[in-house]
Design a protein. Structure first.
Ligand code: SF4
Ligand code: SF4
Length: 358
């Protein structure tokens, strides 16, 4: 197996390698046994993510300059990618275990859908970064470390994983998370240092506990070392300056407005086009209820923990509970399947309501 680093220049005499040519070339070289690559890119996409060693065991190492979008997208455990400078959108999209270090800023949607591995950004990251991060408990939690700040709408629908936003060099910003962060966040943790505002009300902001500090202490030195900023360790480890953001608990949610009430009384008025259209604010019943439903929900009491998540999330207020028995009112139910989707114990299942045509 060649030990030396394989160098690739993707622009020669004004001839630029396409993304496809570059990725195929990398694969050929991996098949010859190379595992270390040094690439002068020219905006090619997906570098590092779609490559893996032939034996699926060897670690791959990429040093990149001037990459295009989706550096390390879907990259596997054992891969390490270091970008010498900044990188555009989708860094580490759906990262599946790689370590990705960007020694500058990241464009929009960094760490979007990341499911494993570690992403280290030495600068700012753009809008919608960290959105849809998730954690499969069979694997280690994905981590996303940012030295400075994120753009707006970060961490939307985050379902798991850990993000750390250090807020360094952000003194002039009103919020190191931009505007409207954490909308729809249902899992994971965001550690943040510096001012934050306009965070969605589905999350709560708390002080750190001992476990949080232990995690940050263990990870911070490594992060700063990877981005060549070890001198900031003392400045960034004053834990009094840090907070954590987590989703509100189910208990807290159950005290809030049920989805059915929100849908009927608030959704359209406050909705995304509410300011721009003239509307009579009537919610039309387009999906059929009763016998017209395509699917109907069936409840099985086995495993039910009486958490009321189904009841609180039914958009038609069709579910009721009496003595821990849950029923769906067929005249209200529209067969949307939300009860099946939200129940943590798989008590609801949707069955076909199609009639045999004789
Ligand atoms: S399918 Fe479930 S969530 Fe949807 S309307 Fe019927 S009972 Fe409610
Ligand atoms: S969501 Fe599932 S477990 Fe919770 S009350 Fe409803 S049926 Fe029971």
């Amino acid at each position: 197996m060649p030990k030396e680093t394989f160098k690739i220049k993707t622009l020669t005499d004004n001839n630029r390698m396409s993304t496809q040519e570059l990725l195929q070339f990398i694969t050929e070289k991996i098949n010859e046994g190379y595992i270390n690559f040094d690439i002068d890119a020219c905006g090619q996409h997906n570098i590092g993510g779609s490559s893996w060693a032939k034996d699926r065991e060897s670690k791959l190492f990429f040093t990149l300059r001037n990459p295009g979008q989706r550096v390390g997208a879907m990259a596997l455990k054992g891969t390490k990618i270091v970008v010498e400078g900044s990188a555009p959108a989708d860094v580490g999209w759906l990262n599946s275990g790689a370590t990705i270090v960007v020694k500058g800023d990241c464009g929009d949607t960094a760490a979007h859908c990341a499911a494993g591995g570690k992403i280290y950004a030495a600068g700012r990251v753009g809008t919608r970064s960290g959105a849809l991060m998730k954690h499969d408990p069979k694997f280690d939690s994905p981590e996303f470390w940012v030295l400075k700040n994120t753009g707006s709408f970060g961490f939307e629908f985050m379902g798991g994983g850990i993000a750390v936003v250090c807020g360094w060099d952000c003194d002039s910003l009103p919020s190191v998370l931009g505007s409207r962060s954490c909308v729809g966040m249902v899992g994971g943790i965001i550690y943040v240092r510096g001012p934050i505002q306009d965070v969605a009300d589905c999350v709560e902001i708390k002080s750190l506990d001992g476990q949080d500090i232990e995690f940050l202490e263990n990870g911070m030195a490594k992060f700063l070392q990877e981005i060549d900023k070890s001198e900031l360790l003392a400045e960034l480890t004053n834990w009094q300056e840090w907070k954590k953001i987590i989703p509100v608990s189910q208990d807290e949610k159950s005290k809030r407005m049920p989805v059915s009430e929100f849908r009927k009384n608030h959704w359209i008025k406050g909705g995304i086009f509410g300011d721009f259209i003239h509307d009579d604010f009537v919610v039309y019943k387009l999906p059929a209820s009763g016998e017209g439903r395509v699917h109907i929900p069936v409840w099985n009491k086995e495993n039910c923990v009486n958490c009321k998540i189904c009841l609180n999330n039914c958009p038609e207020n069709a579910i009721s509970e009496e003595e821990k028995i849950y029923t769906s009112d067929s005249e209200k139910c529209i067969g949307c399947g939300i009860c099946e989707a939200v129940c943590p114990k798989q008590c609801w299942s949707m069955t076909s309501n199609r009639k045999e045509i004789s």
